[in-house]
Design a protein around this ligand. Structure first.
Ligand code: NAI
Ligand code: MG
Length: 355
């Protein structure tokens, strides 16, 4: 059997981390007698400059012809950010109705962090992925008059909150049972109180889940002060976006944070991507840490039922990162993207031989 993956390297460090990841996924699948079949797609900034769109009109159909999508990052300094971020990744999430973005954060032994007390951090952010503050609802009036007025409307529907909450509860049940809902119901009077009500109702159907509600500002402080008190977090699109960059720092930074955009129980391919962007400040120099992309690849394998291959990738990453010789500059080391990836690939191959 082969696993069919559509690969979108994208811009900046995207192609570097994706190229580092594919051989590792291929080797891990090979161990299970499976093969990796990829379709490389040229979607992103260059395509936008050439054809006026970051991805084709039938992008969702192209994605649907595969088991999963592996995506690097988009964004380049000479193209307005919203053309690429909206035109590609947010567009794909919405067109495929990828309800949640799962963002696990795990502190690996031996990886330095700028925050103290992060040993053993192991949490997952479940970010609502299709509504909230990121629907594009709103508009600009009096544009260019000097009196410009922008309205950005947040959209929160019971159906969408419910499906995200259901997934977060199931995930919490598989872990410690602890679920923290992140809202801002003291200052916003409509959307977040609806979240509070709906999530409470859903959690009542899951007696093993212990739900607490935390305001987003308090959560930002708690993440730094007591990160091990957290297990599964459920957050809106905006809050999940912000908190996941913060949480990434607990694991060593943006180079360490993977994610999965999925529709739980739905028949659509998931889109797997590092949380980070195209990092133009370090692109093209072999400085990018490929870990976030490698771990996104592990999430992809796991969701397709290749648990053993996924574990193999994670174990190889953990063993490799335990040795500071393999650390990239963001982790304080001197290894390049390809040095780290080659070391992970060797681990996958070695583990295969010793098993
Ligand atoms: P960014 O995540 O690209 O970079 C933030 C910081 O983290 C930079 O200092 C960068 O060097 C560092 N960093 C990121 N990935 C790294 C890696 N793998 N290894 C080591 N260091 C890493 O966010 P930024 O700078 O705000 O955005 C850059 C561009 O990416 C923008 O055009 C933005 O719109 C886009 N973007 C795209 C996303 C996506 O494709 N999903 C997500 C976030 C931003
Ligand atoms: Mg972000």
């Amino acid at each position: 059997m082969s696993v069919r993956v559509a690969v979108i390297p994208g811009d900046g460090v995207g192609p570097e981390v994706v190229e580092a990841t594919l051989p590792v996924l291929r080797a891990a699948l090979d161990r299970q007698g499976e093969s990796l079949e990829i379709t490389e797609l040229d979607w992103g900034g260059e395509r936008f400059l050439r054809e006026g769109a970051a991805m084709p009109a039938d992008a969702a159909e192209v994605a649907r012809a595969h088991d999963a999508v592996l995506f690097g990052a988009v964004g380049r300094p000479d193209v307005p950010d919203d053309e690429l971020v909206w035109g590609l990744i947010i567009g794909l999430r919405q067109q495929l109705d990828l309800a949640v973005n799962i963002r696990p954060v795990r502190a690996f032994a031996g990886v330095p962090t700028r925050v103290r007390g992060t040993d053993g951090v192991d949490l997952v952010i479940v970010r609502e992925n299709t509504e909230g503050e990121y629907t594009g609802a709103g508009g600009l009036v009096h544009a260019g008059t000097g009196d410009d007025l922008a309205v950005e409307v947040a959209v929160h529907s019971r159906r969408v909150i419910e499906r995200a909450a259901e997934h977060a509860c199931r995930l919490a049940e598989q872990r410690t049972g602890r679920l923290a809902l992140v809202t801002k119901s003291n200052a916003m009077r409509h959307g977040y109180p609806l979240w509070d009500r709906v999530v409470r109702e859903v959690a009542e159907r899951h007696p093993e889940v212990e739900l607490e509600t935390v305001l987003v500002d308090a959560m930002a402080a708690r993440m730094i002060q007591a990160p091990r008190s957290l297990d599964v977090l459920l957050a809106s699109n905006l809050f999940g976006d912000i908190l996941s960059d913060l949480a990434a720092v607990l694991a060593g930074g943006m180079g360490m944070a993977p994610s999965a955009n999925i529709l739980p129980g739905g028949d659509v391919p998931g889109v797997y991507e590092p949380v980070h962007g195209s990092a133009p400040d370090i692109a093209g120099r072999g400085l990018a840490n490929p870990t976030a992309c490698l771990l996104s690849g592990a999430l992809l394998l796991e969701d397709l039922g290749h648990d053993k291959a996924a574990d193999l990738v994670r174990e190889a990453v953990a063993t490799t990162l335990a040795d500071p010789h393999h650390h990239t500059p963001d982790l304080g080391g001197r290894a390049s993207t390809t040095d780290l990836a080659a070391a992970v690939l060797r681990q996958v191959t070695d583990q295969m031989e010793t098993r």
